[in-house]
Design a protein around this ligand. Sequence first.
Ligand SMILES: [Zn+2]
Length: 281
Amino acid sequence: MPEGHTLHRLALDLADRFAGRVVTASSPQGRFSESASLVDGTHLVGARAWGKHLFLEFAHERIVHVHLGLYGKFLIADAPAPPPVGQVRLRLVAQGEPPAYADLRGATACELITREEEGLLLDRLGPDPLREDADWTAAWARVHRSRSPIATLLMDQSVLAGVGNVYRAEVLFRHRLDPMRPGSSLRRAGFAAVWDDLAVLLADGVRRGRIDTVRVPHPEARRDRVAEARPGRSRVWVYRRQGEDCFVCGTTVRTQVLAARNLFWCPRCQPRHRSRSSRVA
Ligand SMILES: [Zn+2]
């Protein structure tokens, strides 16, 4: 599933090509035809993302809400639109020059909503580290009073918006945190550091258009080990590296299923957290 960096990148790319321009909107597949006709021929005011949600605002406060889900793809191109291929739910074509079009396929959500409905949707989402207006203390308040594992909390979009399976594995590794550690056992400064790092990692993902967390320095990583990482693969510290050596300590990276998603961690860099009560016992 695309993580927050993908949606922010799409918002930038769409705004870049379509904002301020009159847009032809259609639904070649037919499922969004009625709504597309309501924004067709109006101009795109702007595009923005919050976590894994994308909002395209057209004139008259008409907002198209998109959630890509597992299989959704938004293809954006600087070219005249070719005849649509496959199940294109929404097609946007910029009128005039330069040519640009965008095709949305396979999204979980593509719906026309009002500003009020957008507000209700955002109320259910936690702060997004990529947004300048994000208040990290709102996420901290939820983490601090929860006994759930930090690995679960980081992926809960109502706690914090935008983090998926890759970024959670990476940020927990970078902060030497046991994925199973209860949120309530974290310190405020420790969580603040995780938040700040997520903002850096996600912003790097927006710039590159892909996840390459190894490029963001880690104070203890061994260069020779990092250099050994097989080229052509996504460059990450632990995500899907089970059975391979940790870039910091050489221990074998492990995996385990938690809430139907795979966790990846280094058992040495991220030792099991023992609560104060269990230490006394
Ligand atoms: Zn390690």
